[in-house]
Design a protein around this ligand. Structure first.
Ligand code: NAD
Length: 356
């Protein structure tokens, strides 16, 4: 198979972890006789520094032309500490999602058995948890009108959803539920928020097309509690952009660490595959970032964008084997991990490559 993959490392540890993700794709190409060609593009702080623009047109064009994008993360402390900055790295990320029509963000939350001890949740509650989140990605409060009034003393962000936007993400989630445990939980705040009432109405309507799927509706506050209390009760979860952003970070603790969680953003055109974590400036340049989320994002890329299921499983198995051999990065190590088994970004990447 011949494919063009665009590598978009972005900022901070994004650079370090996508380098490992790319090596894994290379290894898969070599092993299975595929021909993957690569290009790189700038986004975020790195793009602002080079061009003044968090998503230059050239990067966007490259994204649109490629068969899939392996993305890192954006963000820089300079902007986090300066809310008045007009040009921000995250604008590049939001524009990429909007321009590529990436309305569905898939986040599989699955705990590798070896990491049962790495989570702050009790192992007996966690074991067997396997959740697939569908976070809507191009609507909600993130993309509505925002601004200040009263001389800047009042701020507003408008949350907005159309029937069409809810329907298409709901359908994707129902389709996925049909291939899994046939259970779908739709999360909203329909007791208070009008966009949530439309959300629930549309999900109930779409549910009629999938009579085999058992549907439940939960409020977001209750879901936050249930994810920790009983994560095994969930199969597929579908929710709006803001709720999904928060709940999936919470759910990352089910998988042991943010460094283990991959995501796929899909829609009308090129798919973008990225870890759920950010640019993690507290550990940037130290060579300790966990690259597994990027490696598992590469596995999602192979599966979803290229239909290469076996290759994708091969990558997931290699990660599993590395964990079984006892190797850890600092974020997933615990007090029982021997010092010589705690590896840095590149060294654990090499262990994954060896097993491929
Ligand atoms: P973060 O995800 O970057 O880091 C949160 C914590 O998790 C940090 O302590 C970090 O060291 C740790 N961590 C994250 N990924 C790790 C990995 N692979 N290995 C080991 N430890 C890891 O979130 P934050 O600190 O809230 O934000 C930092 C910057 O990232 C901000 O500028 C924020 O805007 C940006 N951000 C970007 C994205 C994205 O690009 N998709 C997502 C979230 C945050």
């Amino acid at each position: 198979m011949k494919k063009n993959i665009l590598i978009v490392p972005g900022d901070g540890i994004g650079q370090e972890v996508t380098a490992v993700g790319k090596k894994v794709l290379d290894k898969i190409a070599e092993k299975y006789g595929h021909e993957f060609t690569y290009d790189e593009a700038l986004i975020g702080h790195a793009a602002i520094e080079a061009t003044g623009n968090p998503l230059p047109d050239e990067s966007l064009e490259k994204m649109k032309k490629s068969d899939a994008v392996l993305f890192g993360a954006v963000g820089h402390p300079k902007y986090d500490n300066d809310p008045s900055a007009k040009v921000r790295p995250e604008q590049g990320l939001l524009k990429m999602r909007k321009e590529l029509g990436l309305y569905a963000n898939l986040r599989p939350i699955k705990l590798f058995d070896e990491l049962l001890g790495a989570s702050s949740i009790k192992p007996e509650i966690l074991k067997g948890a396997d959740i697939l989140f569908f976070r809507e990605l191009t609507g909600d409060i993130y993309f509505g009108e925002k601004g200040r009034k009263d001389n800047g003393d009042t701020a507003f962000d408008i949350a907005q959803y159309s029937r069409f936007e809810v329907e298409r993400i709901a359908r994707k989630a129902f389709e996925a539920a049909m291939t899994r445990g046939k259970k779908l939980c739709s999360v909203d705040k329909a007791n208070v928020i009008e966009t949530s009432r439309l959300w629930r109405e549309v999900v109930q309507q779409v549910a009629k097309e999938y009579p085999e799927v058992t549907v439940e509706h939960q409020f977001v506050d209750a879901t936050a509690m249930l994810l920790i209390k009983d994560p095994k009760r969930f199969d597929v979860v579908v929710t709006a952009n803001l709720f999904g952003d928060i709940l999936t970070d919470e759910a990352s603790q089910i998988a042991g660490s943010m460094g283990m969680l991959a995501s796929a953003s899909i829609g009308d055109g090129t798919g973008v595959y990225e870890p759920i974590h950010g640019s993690a400036h507290d550990i940037t340049g130290k060579g300790v970032a966990n690259p597994m989320a990027s490696v598992l994002s590469a596995a999602l890329l192979l599966d979803i964008s290229f239909g290469l299921k076996q290759e994708s499983e091969d990558v997931i198995n290699a990660v599993d084997q590395v964990l079984k051999a006892g190797f850890r990065t600092g974020d997933i190590a615990d007090s029982s991990t021997p010092k010589d088994k705690i590896l840095g970004t590149d060294a654990i990447g090499e262990e994954i490559l060896k097993r491929l």
